[in-house]
Design a protein around this ligand. Structure first.
Ligand code: CIR
Length: 265
């Protein structure tokens, strides 16, 4: 069993929204064509919220030809100051990885997955001494096994969980805003698949499923998307202090709060 993964979020990389954001993949939450200018505004608010919580944010430039390039979470995960370079499962996104890898390699060691499996960072949720990997339409069995071996080499536990077909990623439907707590979308996941991993399960109602993706900081601080009053109340009642960000323009391309960052320290 490993130590406790860092929850402080002292530093992060993000990437500017693509000027071709209208071509971003949108299969789940979108109700209109993704809009570049609106998404850029939401992205700026997101960066401001991270900085207000003490995260030093480095903004990488747009990656030309990659409409989904702002969703850097899918390209890499940092574990104990080593970057694990991932292999996104959608063909239009695999070319995003090398530039993120090269950037991270300037300040830390990097490790690659073995074999031809695929893993999106959106399918990785960490719960202190355990990482949960979602098997989804983006993360296949080979990729999950390869990542699992790497995570175990850092002395953390690994669990592999099937992501429901109703959703894109594991992080889309559950998150852990503080030690021992999981927030999940009850319309997508059963409590029974999660309760062994947490002391406290907070169930987000089906009509607010998007708000199951939260960004937690130490001392019970949490960032959530604005416009989800029931989730807000549940988290207030659970003792969190809450910051909201209008994520609607990012949601149009199925992106959530966690998707927009790689936390590097
Ligand atoms: C995609 O479908 O790949 C993007 N439109 C959204 C990616 C969201 N990323 C994430 O949840 N980590």
């Amino acid at each position: 069993m490993g130590g406790s993964h860092n929850r402080v979020k002292g530093s992060a990389i993000v990437r500017e929204v693509s000027t071709n954001f209208e071509d971003a993949i949108s299969n789940h939450f979108g109700t209109r064509v993704p809009d570049y200018q609106q998404a850029q505004g939401a992205h700026s608010s997101y960066i401001a919220a991270l900085r207000a919580h003490g995260t030093e944010v480095e903004v990488l430039p747009e990656l030309r030809g990659y409409p989904d390039c702002c969703f850097v979470e899918d390209a890499a995960v940092v574990i104990d100051k080593t970057a694990v370079i991932l292999a996104p499962g959608h063909p239009s996104r695999s070319g995003e990885v090398e530039s993120v890898a090269a950037h991270l390699a300037e300040t830390m060691g990097t490790i690659r997955l073995e074999g031809n499996g695929t893993v999106d960072g959106g399918d990785i949720v960490f719960l202190d001494d355990t990482f949960v990997i979602g098997r989804s339409s983006r993360t296949d069995a080979l990729g999950a096994e390869s990542l699992s071996r790497i995570i175990k080499s850092f002395d953390y536990n690994v669990e592999i969980l099937k992501v429901p077909d109703s959703t894109l990623h594991l992080t889309t439907v559950c998150s852990s805003p503080r030690e021992g707590t999981i927030v999940y979308s009850e319309g997508d996941m059963d409590a029974s698949s999660l309760d062994e991993y947490a002391d406290e399960l907070i169930a987000v109602p089906p009509q607010e499923s998007y708000a199951a993706n939260t960004l937690g900081y130490p001392n019970d601080r949490v960032i959530i998307p604005s416009g989800f009053p029931e989730t807000r109340k549940l988290l207030l009642d659970a003792g969190f202090s809450i910051t909201t960000v209008d994520m609607d323009p990012i949601m149009q391309a199925d992106g959530s709060l966690t998707c927009l960052s790689v936390f590097t320290g």
